[in-house]
Write a protein that binds this ligand. Structure first.
Ligand SMILES: N[C@@H](CCC(=O)N[C@@H](CS)C(=O)NCC(=O)O)C(=O)O
Length: 317
């Protein structure tokens, strides 16, 4: 493509090393992003965060959001994998990973299939789940986290998990990847649940995937995609990177936004499902796809925090 300066851009531009993922190894939503970065052939930086609160090097960036993962590019902070995937695709469009109804597939994987994997796993792990983790997840969800109740629901969850896996099997009937001829978001999103179950309850997962031969082969091929080139960074270094940077030009506010809120308004954003810790700031832009707000923190200076629109509640604060 020719640019204003007359130079031509390379066809393939891998994500630069200024993409930072705050994550932990066992996090399924993080695995979705890591696989996507593998598809993109990305060089990226990794900050390992705790799997339970407190997360002292993370919350100054997010304003209180505590879920995993969080993506940082300079002074721009992305909460929720939905907005991370959109931003990765916008900044680094090649190879293309999103088309068709992939966003619907992504929400199916995040909510419906994930919600069958959680009780399946924790019901079986039962007494092995540390008390501190149980207490943390009760705070996260606002509901009891009861491995015994999950174990009681396991037979139903097993049929549901296998049923969701059968959707993957059907999706692979006439193509090598759910995304088509090449891997993409649909693959990363669906794989996250198979990976999560497989690494925690491998024998049960094998039993529930028995006979789903295309899915088993696809699982191996998604794993073989890898995670791109990852280098480690400390949380303190990431905070310093945010402090030294200015936010990138934000999306354009939609004047027809149904919220009626205008840029500059004091607002609160929170997830609509779990981990609903409110994030406060000044509205920069609300669009049909995203919410951007500006916030200041002594540790990081001025940052822009971005969330998806679907799955998030925006109110005047
Ligand atoms: N909709 C969110 C869900 C993220 C999510 O549920 N992450 C889990 C871990 S994979 C979590 O936050 N657990 C609690 C924690 O890590 O503190 C997304 O797509 O990013």
């Amino acid at each position: 493509m020719a640019t204003a300066s007359g130079h031509s851009r390379p066809m393939t531009q891998a994500p630069a090393a200024d993409l930072i993922l705050h994550h932990y190894e066992t996090s399924p939503f993080s695995e979705k992003i890591r696989v996507l970065l593998g598809v993109k052939g990305a060089a990226w930086r990794s900050v390992l965060i705790p799997s339970i609160l407190p997360k002292p090097d993370l919350t100054p960036l997010t304003g209180g959001y505590r879920r995993t993962p969080v993506m940082q590019i300079g002074a721009d902070i992305y909460l929720d994998t939905q907005i991370m995937l959109a931003e990765i695709e916008r900044r680094w469009p090649s190879p293309r990973t999103i088309s068709g109804a992939d966003w619907a597939t992504n929400l199916w994987a995040d909510r419906l299939m994930f919600q069958t994997a959680v009780p399946l796993i924790f019901g079986e792990l039962g007494a092995q789940v540390p008390e501190a983790f149980i207490k943390d997840r009760e705070k996260l969800s606002g509901r009891p986290f009861d491995p015994a109740a999950m174990a009681a629901a396991a037979p139903f969850m097993a049929t549901q998990f296998r049923g969701h896996a059968a959707f993957i099997e059907a999706g692979l009937a006439d193509r090598p990847w759910l995304a088509g001829d090449a891997p993409g978001l649909a693959d990363a999103a669906a794989y996250m649940n198979i990976w999560f179950a497989g690494r925690n309850v491998p024998a049960t997962t094998d039993r529930l995937l028995a006979g789903l031969v295309r899915t088993l082969d696809w699982r191996d091929r998604v794993r073989a995609l890898g995670h791109g080139q990852r280098t480690e960074l400390t949380g303190a270094e990431a905070l310093e990177i945010a402090r030294a940077a200015d936010p990138a030009p934000p999306p354009t506010h939609d004047p027809a936004d149904p919220s009626g809120l205008a840029p500059g308004a004091e607002v609160v954003v929170m997830a609509d499902d779990y981990g609903r810790d409110p994030v406060r700031g000044r509205l920069v832009a609300a669009t049909a796809r995203s919410i951007t707000l500006a916030r200041e923190d002594p540790a990081v200076g001025r940052v822009h925090v971005h969330t998806p629109r679907v799955g998030y509640v925006l109110t005047a604060g």
